[in-house]
Design a protein around this ligand. Structure first.
Ligand code: BDP
Length: 668
């Protein structure tokens, strides 16, 4: 009897453990009830996946999947309609069928009335919707906050982790159709024979999910792997080396997507090392890829250490090259002109380049937004970008992934929403942030209004809150040296690049604060189309959210609300902190509707976010006060720290003691 009881208790524990909510299911949680008829008119690996997904999760009418031509659909588009008591999902391709099946499941989970909205026609806005993994071959991830790299290079190609398939499913479910497997700071080894075998194994696995594989290429690969004494893009041997390499890749991976290249940026090799231009470098690779329909995504993230205003440099380097690139080259530019800051104006390259295909690089991983500790739902930030850069001017879209080996994939349960939102916006940038949040919450947590309302409020206000407590009003790059997590506006490392120091960006002095990029300053405003340039150029017409990006503003300058700049700055920081307090209360309201594990995990990470928000506010305001010499508004929450103490904070990931200047400048 006693033994039976012990067994029963053990089994109960085991069941509980098995059902413990660890976030690993992402937004793919639906389960079907009855065996509904799901048929398809053709069978491919891809349609079989679609059939299985529906068999496992669909609860409604019989579904027929039909591959057929339809003039209103592009290759990956699909139509969902109701006919004679059936749901028909049709598309010209099996990929479109798969997307249609996932869409049907999404509708089932997020819109109980969706049948009244049929027929639905969906075509993706961008034909290339890519994740960029900044994963290194040693398993680490540059700016990754969710564990190690998913790719188990040591085990590949023989062993395939089951997570690869879940990764592919998750991507396909939101329409992502390409993945760059390795870091833009690329090891040449990725192009070596043994590694290409490993890449092939992943490509084979991802193919039925409609996902193509791409690689980041190190421009010096012919020297490192091919023992050539140059990587000059005009050198015949170099050209031959790349042609052979590309041929080797396509023999293994016939649908290989192409290369992503970070060249002559932050110490990476590139054509400029050999007196050639970015266009000459990109074109040489493009020519090698062309016979196989491969592409080159050439990054415009360049800035040299000496030049005046870092925000101007990508434009200065790439605008004169417009029109000189082959038609299978796409210039890949970050959304803002500096570097994924909490808020930046859009990069003026997007409206300046006219004769070359362009794509935007967004950062899903929260390098500058609290890593995986803070809730920062990024759809609102990305939507801001699309207000300035019409979706149709872009050929493709890429997102720097936030995915790692953590059981919940992204570190923070809410960070999954950024992976999700990236995919959904890449498919359709006109979806609203709220629609995407709503879909994601319903699929990931619960459809109960009592849950949705507070959770959605947190999500929709979260990005602005982070901007407020970190870098409001156009401030940028106030981050601590090395880790890009905490504040260090005072940071000054002797001998380090000036454009890696916060003071280069905030320029706080006795008069005021902010970077003068007006026509009286660096004149970065001139890189924008005339109407915008004029608007940004004048202090009184420049939007307040960018004011310190474009102007050096006097501390006592009266802002639109009649109060001084200093008071406004204080109010923003304070508002950020108050918002996180509000998020804590809102999250507590959801307790009844969320599983214990995720409820407490998020509750606890909000405590960290609260602590960090106060840290940011106190550090920035106490430091800037040493210049403004103005008092805090009386109704603002007082700092709880002393500046001297904050200056001593060291998260143990900085390079303060690094004596080697080159290393110092590379590890930033
Ligand atoms: C910066 C990151 C650095 C990246 C670089 C890039 O700090 O790790 O290598 O961007 O995008 O934001 O190349």
């Amino acid at each position: 009897m006693k033994r039976h009881l012990t067994l029963l208790i053990c089994m109960m524990f085991l069941c509980q453990w098995m059902h413990a909510e660890d976030g690993s299911l992402l937004w793919l949680r639906q389960k079907g009830t009855a065996a509904t008829s799901i048929t398809s008119n053709k069978t491919t690996q891809t349609t079989s996946i679609a059939v299985n997904e529906l068999k496992n999760a669909w609860k409604g009418l019989p579904v027929s999947l039909i591959i057929k031509k339809n003039k209103s659909l592009c290759k990956e588009g699909f139509m969902i309609e109701k006919k004679d008591g059936n749901i028909i999902v049709s598309s010209p391709t099996d990929k479109g069928i798969l997307y249609g099946a996932y869409h049907l499941l999404r509708l089932q989970a997020s819109n109980p009335d969706f049948k009244t909205t049929l027929p639905i026609i969906e075509n993706p806005t961008y034909s290339l919707r890519l994740l960029n993994h900044w994963d290194n071959l040693d398993g680490t991830i540059e700016r990754g906050y969710a564990g190690q790299s998913l790719w188990q290079w040591d085990e590949l190609p023989e062993t395939l982790s089951p997570r690869y398939e879940t990764y592919a499913r998750a991507n396909a479910s939101i329409g992502i159709n390409g993945t760059v497997l390795n870091n833009v700071n690329a090891s040449p080894q990725i192009l070596s024979g043994p590694y290409l075998q490993k890449v092939k194994a992943l490509a084979d696995l991802f193919r039925p999910y409609g996902i193509r594989v791409y690689l980041s290429a190190n421009f010096a690969s012919p020297m490192v792997l091919g023992q050539l004494d140059t990587a000059d893009p005009l050198n015949k041997q170099v050209i031959r080396w790349w042609k052979n390499k590309v041929k080797e890749i396509y023999q293994l991976i016939p649908d290989f997507g192409g290369f992503l290249v970070k060249a002559n940026s932050e110490g990476q090799p590139g054509p400029c090392d050999f007196g050639r231009t970015h266009a000459e470098g990109a074109n040489m690779l493009a020519d090698a890829l062309k016979p196989y329909k491969g592409i080159v995504m050439w990054r415009a993230f360049v800035y040299s250490p000496n030049d005046a205003d870092r925000a101007k440099q990508a434009y200065q380097e790439f605008k004169p090259l417009d029109g000189m690139f082959r038609d299978n080259v796409i210039i890949q530019t970050k959304n803002g002109p500096v570097d994924f800051q909490p808020r930046e104006p859009y990069s003026p390259l997007f409206t300046a380049i006219e004769h070359t295909d362009q794509m935007v690089e967004l950062q899903v991983t929260q390098e500058y937004l609290g890593h995986s500790n803070h809730i920062a739902y990024l759809a609102p930030m990305w939507k801001e970008f699309f207000e300035f850069v019409p979706a149709t001017t872009l050929k493709a879209i890429a997102g720097v992934a936030n995915i790692g080996t953590d059981i919940n994939w992204c570190g923070h349960p809410f960070a999954q929403s950024n992976w999700y939102a990236f995919g959904r916006l890449a498919w359709n940038p006109s979806l609203t942030s709220e629609e995407i949040a709503d879909e994601w919450l319903k699929q990931t947590f619960s459809s109960k209004e009592e849950f949705l309302s507070p959770a959605k409020q947190i999500m929709l206000q979260s990005h602005e809150a982070v901007v407020d407590y970190m870098m409001p009003m156009g401030l940028h790059h106030l981050f601590a040296w090395g880790h890009h997590y905490g504040p260090e506006p005072w940071c000054a490392i002797p001998g380090a690049r000036p454009d890696w120091m916060p003071s280069y960006y905030h320029k706080a002095d006795a008069q005021g604060i902010g970077f003068d990029r007006s026509s009286k300053g660096s004149n970065a405003v001139a890189q924008y189309p005339t109407a915008l340039a004029e608007k940004y150029n004048q202090l009184d017409t420049c939007p307040e959210e960018y004011i310190l990006w474009f102007h050096h503003v006097a501390w006592n300058h009266p802002m639109k609300n009649g109060q001084s700049l200093w008071n406004n700055l204080c109010r923003h920081y304070d508002r950020g902190v108050q918002q996180v307090r509000l998020f804590q209360k809102l999250w507590d309201q959801t307790e009844k509707y969320v599983d214990e594990e995720r409820f407490y995990e998020i509750q606890s990470s909000l405590k960290t976010q609260m602590r960090d928000a106060i840290w940011w506010k106190d550090a920035c305001l106490l430091y800037f006060q040493t210049f403004s010499k103005m008092p805090f508004p009386t109704d603002m929450e007082r700092p709880i720290h002393r500046l001297d103490d904050l200056k001593k904070v060291n998260l143990g990931i900085s390079n303060y003691e690094c004596p080697d200047e080159e290393l110092l400048n590379r590890n930033r």
